[in-house]
Design a binder for this molecule. Structure first.
Ligand code: ACM
Length: 629
């Protein structure tokens, strides 16, 4: 190559890099692109102006050095090419978590009031660098590390930006939990709700109640669809499970703290307690010997939202021993988690065993309670007293409103948004986490593609979520949270698949200004983040590229309407039992299916290349969708 060609080649690469778009998730409050790029080289330096900034500076050094191999050390000072500055000049504008980031050809300056803001500025800085920065090993191929010049002013919309992980239905090791928390922190989530106990495993060591983990953390090993599994056989050893020792918990808490993540532990009572009852059966009404549930069907659910437990999984609210037990549990939990909230569950508590129990009936008489449901209010009042004595605040699922709860209790609205509305109107603080927008265990797209789950929630629907309901005073809405229940999620890799990109969408719902949201723009950014996740070895779903198939009846004919979440896709389909490709019929208007045993096959393309899954639906399957939206 002659010299001028070489120059042209280098110029083209530099221009391509200079033009690399700013593609951040969650979208900052304000982004002003400037001209030029900053090139990170071996001679770069990271300086911090105050000792409190050292933690973030060291973390940034590590994040940069692993993929670049530059060996940049963070040092105190004011002249770093990457400069981290703590200030108190912009408290009102930026708050505790906001930051400004100024990148120019000379370097990058991140300014914040608190280390949390610097931490988020660092996440933005890393997202401005090429996807290769996510590599877990040194990138050997020669390359440059440039980021665009830009002026960013950023701060979160909500103070509570959470994700819940259920570690009871399936156990995730301490290191897996840390990995998950680290991923969330990169998206500027600041709350990790740790669902530590349920019918299928008790996962936290309580030293004064050793059987909780000796017995309650283990169940018989079963494969297959959770909820349809076989009962334990008599004498069968319980080999599946695990728990976190108190040292493990302290380790995870410290790891999260370093990433500005608060951990909210959940001890789910008085329902969802079968694992505890397997260890201490004397705490239920019937005192029946139960096993830690391996994923059998033990409840009947009726269409109107009511249900019946075929096996007792509730604590007995009339038994003082239950409160002694809870005092022991919460004493140890309160000492392990520095955060002010303890989540006490309260959801889906079946009252049938209470209704039959003489102790509960006597208690109802004494308290002058007519409905057994109201015993839950009594129970939660007792639990709240225990927490208050330990300096903690009660947080629970929206059922805690039933039977009354003190104004100081915080409510997590999950059964849609009505619980949140009611709670805020009563003056409770609320965290919005409705199934309809925030349940990450639901199918993400076409139900015939992924393993079946009983409901669907597309990323675009999560993205459309507005956490402050109409008519509610926004001051009561602390923020929101996505929930990952893990009945069907046995591995962290699959937990990631179910979490992303919906948790990217929710991060923007909880962090970004409402006005900054744009689905088409978000999809563009999601696509660059797919590339980043590939390098970071984080799993995600590509359901946004699949066809959406809706059906209705039109003059007695079955009508199909096709669409997709990602804009700009071409949909090709067949109804003649051939495999579709880009030479098949391109969808551009609703299809009225002809009579007969017709099967729809549809596939998405972009720029002439297939991009989504092939979806195949028989007439019967299509017919069943009529009226389902
Ligand atoms: C819940 O989903 N049971 C809170």
């Amino acid at each position: 190559m002659n010299r001028s060609l070489l120059f042209l080649f280098a110029f083209c690469i530099a221009t391509a890099q200079a033009q690399s778009p700013v593609s951040l998730i969650p979208q900052p409050a304000s982004v002003q692109p400037r001209t030029g790029v900053f090139s990170l080289t071996k001679s770069a330096s990271i300086h911090y102006n105050k000792p409190e900034a050292q933690g973030v500076a060291d973390m940034l050094g590590l994040r940069l050095n692993v993929p670049t191999g530059f060996g940049i050390a963070a040092r105190p000072g004011k002249t770093g090419t990457i400069q981290l500055n703590l200030t108190d000049a912009r408290q009102a504008e930026l708050g505790d978590e906001g930051y400004t980031l100024n990148s120019s050809p000379k370097g990058v300056v991140i300014t914040a009031n608190r280390p949390a803001g610097l931490f988020y500025g660092m996440q933005t800085l890393l997202q401005l660098l090429p996807a290769a920065i996510e590599s877990k090993t040194v990138v050997k191929t020669a390359r440059t590390w440039t980021l665009p010049a830009v002026w960013i002013v950023d701060h979160p919309r909500f103070g509570w930006r959470g994700i819940m992980l259920d570690v009871s239905r399936h156990f995730f090791t301490k290191d897996e939990v840390k990995r998950y928390i680290d991923q969330l922190a990169r998206l500027k989530y600041n709350t990790f709700h740790w669902h530590l106990t349920d019918d299928n495993g008790w996962r936290i060591e309580i030293k004064s109640l050793p059987k909780l983990t000796e017995v309650g953390a283990w169940r018989v090993a079963r494969a297959g669809h959770f909820g349809d599994r076989a009962e334990p056989k008599p004498g069968e050893p319980a080999t599946y499970g695990g728990f976190y020792t108190q040292d493990d918990i302290r380790d995870v808490v410290a790891y999260a703290q370093a990433r500005n993540v608060t951990i909210v532990p959940e001890i789910d009572v008085p329902g969802h307690s079968m694992a505890a009852l397997a260890a201490y059966p004397e705490l239920s009404c019937t005192k029946a010997i139960v096993s830690v549930n391996p994923g059998t069907s033990f409840s009947d659910w009726y269409g109107n939202g009511t249900f019946k437990m075929k096996v007792e999984n509730t604590l007995n609210p009339s038994d003082e021993k239950v409160y002694e037990f809870l005092d022991k549990v919460f004493t140890e939990v309160a000492a392990l988690f520095p955060n002010q909230y303890i989540h006490v569950g309260g959801d889906e508590c079946y009252k049938g065993y209470w209704a039959q129990d003489p102790g509960c009936q006597a208690l109802m008489k004494k308290l002058n309670i007519r409905h057994v449901e109201d015993l839950q209010g009594y129970f939660m009042g007792r639990v709240e007293k225990i927490l208050t004595a330990k300096g903690k605040k009660l947080l629970g699922w929206d059922e805690i409103l039933e039977g009354g709860i003190s104004p100081g209790a915080t409510v997590m609205s999950w059964r849609g948004i009505k619980g949140g509305i009611e709670a805020a109107k009563e003056g409770h603080n609320v965290v919005m986490t409705p199934t309809t927008f925030a349940y990450l265990d639901y199918n993400q797209g076409e139900v015939t593609i992924d393993p079946p789950i009983y409901a669907t929630l597309r990323t675009s629907k999560s993205y459309s979520y507005e956490p402050v309901p109409d008519g509610v005073d926004a001051k009561y809405i602390l923020g929101g949270q996505g929930n990952l229940w893990t009945e069907q999620i046995p591995t962290l890799r699959y937990a990631e698949y179910m979490t992303y990109p919906r948790a990217w969408a929710l991060s923007e719902v909880f962090w970004s200004p409402k006005e900054a949201k744009s689905w088409p723009d978000f999809v563009k950014r999601v696509e660059t983040h797919f590339d980043r996740a590939d390098v970071a070895q984080i799993n995600y779903s590509k359901a946004i590229y699949d066809a959406i198939v809706k059906t209705s009846m039109n003059n007695g004919k079955l009508r199909l309407e096709l669409g997709s979440e990602a804009p700009g896709l071409d949909l090709y389909y067949t109804i003649d039992d051939t495999m579709p490709d880009s030479f098949s019929t391109r969808y551009n208007q609703p299809i009225d299916l002809p009579e007969g045993p017709v099967t729809l096959r549809v596939i998405t393309y972009r720029n002439g290349k297939p991009i989504g899954h092939l979806i195949t639906l028989s007439r019967d399957a299509l017919q069943k969708r009529v009226g389902r939206g």
